[in-house]
Unconditional design. Structure first.
Lengths: 226, 113
């Protein structure tokens, strides 16, 4: 009888996903395209905010990957703005992964120097762990969700570079302490940027559009330098 | 969080390794899991048994090794070990900590028959 032996492997469990994500990142770097992974709870207003953003960006080239468990409703809403969009249905899955996004990117024919919005499945847990190859995660929270949301789901807000505090027009009606909301975001991620915004009234949209345009300019600059 | 997908990832890595090392049975799998990896251990154990069925690791023992959570304190700039994601800095009591380690999800080694 042969003796048991050990095979040292020291491999990340998500190594396969990470390899797909790196391949996506390389494609995006070559194009000088800036990709945002939009993450949030269901109902935070992601799709409405994205529609308003696309309208405000006018004829600037961009594409959208929509992730949902079921239905093509969100991609239909995005296409109604005139933007190019691909819907990914994850079925039983609770998050988009690098492989799905790679396929979707291949269908989109992403323009050099353009923006790519990836709207993840509404879920504050799993999408935090799965790299898609994006430049950064942007978390969207609505004021109605409660100031302690960042403390309840710290991983997602630690992973995000920017938080959009959405539905700010509702703040006076729902006893929310916006400063406490921001303090809780900084408690789990001291470096996070925060923009208070309302997709409905347009409050804060300029700050968000400036942030996008600055990020895209830096990305294009890096692509040109290489 | 997504223990089923994690186990599918583990199965993928194990099957690749088993082929590479020409192994047809794995008796133990050791994982290293960081304090902040967000893994529910009972759920992972359950999913592991289910997902490994029909693979070279069917019936294998699962051992989970905990790795500590470490964070950088933005108030005193020390790198400290914390047990809970929302703990204050043990050095200065500050409340603005950025995790720097503890999100590991690694397969350390396999015991093969």
């Amino acid at each position: 009888m042969s003796q048991a032996r050990l095979v040292e492997i020291e491999t990340d469990i998500l190594a396969k996903n990470d390899a797909y994500a790196m391949a996506n990142r390389k494609v995006l770097a070559g194009l000088g395209a800036f990709a945002v992974n939009l993450v949030s709870s269901p109902g935070s207003g992601k799709t409405t905010l994205l529609c308003r953003t696309i309208e405000a960006l006018g004829d600037q080239p961009l594409s959208v990957i929509e992730g949902d468990q079921q239905t093509a409703n969100d991609a239909d809403r995005i296409r109604a703005t005139g933007a190019r969009a691909v819907q990914v249905n994850t079925g039983k899955g609770c998050h988009l992964d690098g492989h799905m996004v790679g396929h979707a990117m291949a269908h989109l024919d992403i323009a050099p120097g353009s923006l790519l919005f990836i709207e993840n499945v509404g879920n504050l847990v799993c999408p935090a762990g799965f790299d898609l190859g994006e430049d950064c995660k942007v978390a969207i929270l609505s004021v109605t969700e409660g100031e302690d949301k960042p403390l309840k789901y710290p991983d997602m807000f630690t992973a995000a570079r920017l938080a959009l505090l959405n539905k700010i027009d509702l703040a006076p009606h729902c006893d929310v302490d916006l400063d406490l909301y921001e303090a809780n975001l900084r408690r789990v991620n001291p470096g996070i940027e925060v923009i208070r915004i309302s997709a409905r009234t347009g409050h804060g949209m300029d700050n968000w559009l400036d942030w996008l345009s600055g990020s895209l300019t830096r990305k294009r600059g890096r692509a040109a330098a290489e | 969080m997504h223990e089923m997908s994690l186990c599918e990832g583990i199965r993928g890595v194990i099957e690749d390794q088993a082929r590479a090392h020409k192994v047809d049975r794995i008796t133990r799998v050791r994982l290293e899991i960081g304090r902040f990896a967000g893994v529910e251990k009972h759920a992972l154990e359950f999913a592991f048994d289910v997902v490994m069925r029909g693979s070279v690791a069917e019936g294998a023992a699962l051992v989970m090794i905990d790795l500590p959570g470490r964070a950088m304190c933005y108030d005193c700039m020390a790198e400290v070990e914390i047990a809970d994601r929302l703990d204050p800095c043990p050095e200065c009591g500050g409340g603005r900590l950025m995790p720097v380690a503890g999100d590991e999800l690694r397969i350390k080694d396999l015991e093969v028959a």
